[in-house]
Design a protein around this ligand. Structure first.
Ligand SMILES: C[S@@+](CC[C@H](N)C(=O)[O-])C[C@H]1O[C@@H](n2cnc3c(N)ncnc32)[C@H](O)[C@@H]1O
Ligand SMILES: Nc1nc2[nH]cc(C(=O)O)c2c(=O)[nH]1
Ligand code: SF4
Ligand SMILES: [Mg+2]
Length: 257
């Protein structure tokens, strides 16, 4: 599948294998089944979606980055004393070079997690230890009233692109994975249930409820204080997992955390 980057490659970008990097830092994995594990985060810039709530605004709505070649990225990762690497964004899989980075990290023995919206499937040979797939629900769509830019310009494109059941089923079949839904309230549950039914019908592997995580929407402690208990109760009611957002609890989602 051709992969197109939404980030322009400006004059002066390095030749060959390189990625637009928004930030590269070490922290505790804040979300999902590996929450609490010290990890190096590589955050690429550029996304094919525009969630109104995106907590990485400068990789999606207003991308900023420095181009780094893969050698420099790997060298910087190796400077940290961590064996887990989280490749995130933006949407890391819009970039062909993300696949090469994953191949190199796999060869070096790193445990790799890819944080992805699940719309772009990598080549079959790309090693991913944990596919952390966060399919985007209707409640993520940047309709005019919720658009951070106020014009609703992205709503239609976002709506068309946000779900590809075939792609989600392929992630389920190929990798150890978690499906991590951002939940804004009880209204999201019908869509989660019907989407899971479609993925399960399309995938020839089992997807146990323990691979389904509900994550409260919130970029700040204040917002999480409103959402976390609602979402925890929904996890109990529906029998799915709850995941905290440790980096928000601990550091209020400051840059490089
Ligand atoms: C910034 S995204 C980057 C990876 C990929 N584009 C995606 O959406 O999965 C990283 C994770 O943060 C989640 N996320 C983004 N904004 C959020 C918010 N306001 N509250 C809760 N989770 C959020 C995403 O759903 C995803 O699981
Ligand atoms: N600590 C921490 N954990 C995270 N897990 C997923 C993140 C992401 O932005 O993809 C993230 C993040 O930004 N920080
Ligand atoms: S898909 Fe991920 S990076 Fe893209 S806008 Fe949504 S949360 Fe942000
Ligand atoms: Mg984050």
């Amino acid at each position: 599948m051709p992969v197109t980057s939404t980030v322009e490659r400006p004059d002066g970008a390095p030749e060959g294998d390189a990625l637009p990097i928004n930030e590269l830092f070490v922290s505790l994995q804040g979300e999902g089944t590996l929450a609490g594990v010290p990890s190096v985060f590589v955050r690429t810039s550029g996304c094919n979606l525009r969630c109104w709530f995106c907590d990485s605004y400068h990789t999606s709505w207003e991308p900023t980055h420095a181009w780094m070649d893969l050698d420099a990225i790997v060298e910087e990762i190796q400077e940290y004393d961590a064996d887990h690497v989280v490749l995130t964004g933006g949407e890391p899989l819009v970039h062909e070079s993300s696949q090469d980075l994953l191949r190199r990290l796999g060869e070096l023995g790193y445990h790799t997690t890819v944080e992805t919206n699940g719309t772009i499937v990598p080549d079959a040979d790309v090693p991913i230890a944990l596919a952390s797939v966060s399919p985007k629900l209707a409640s993520s769509t940047p309709v005019q009233e919720r658009d951070p830019k106020g014009d609703g310009e992205w709503a239609e494109r976002h709506e068309q692109r946000r779900i590809d059941v075939g792609a989600l089923a392929t992630f389920a079949e190929r990798y150890d994975r978690q499906f991590k839904f951002v939940v804004t309230g009880p209204e999201d549950m019908d869509e989660i249930e019907s989407l899971l039914a479609e993925i399960r019908a399309g995938a020839d592997v089992d997807i146990p409820d323990t691979d389904v995580l509900l994550m409260p929407e919130g970029q700040t402690r204040e917002r999480l204080a409103e959402t976390r208990n609602v979402v925890a109760d929904l996890a109990l009611e529906y029998g799915y997992r709850y995941t905290p957002r440790l980096h928000v609890d601990l550091w209020n989602d400051a840059p490089e955390t």
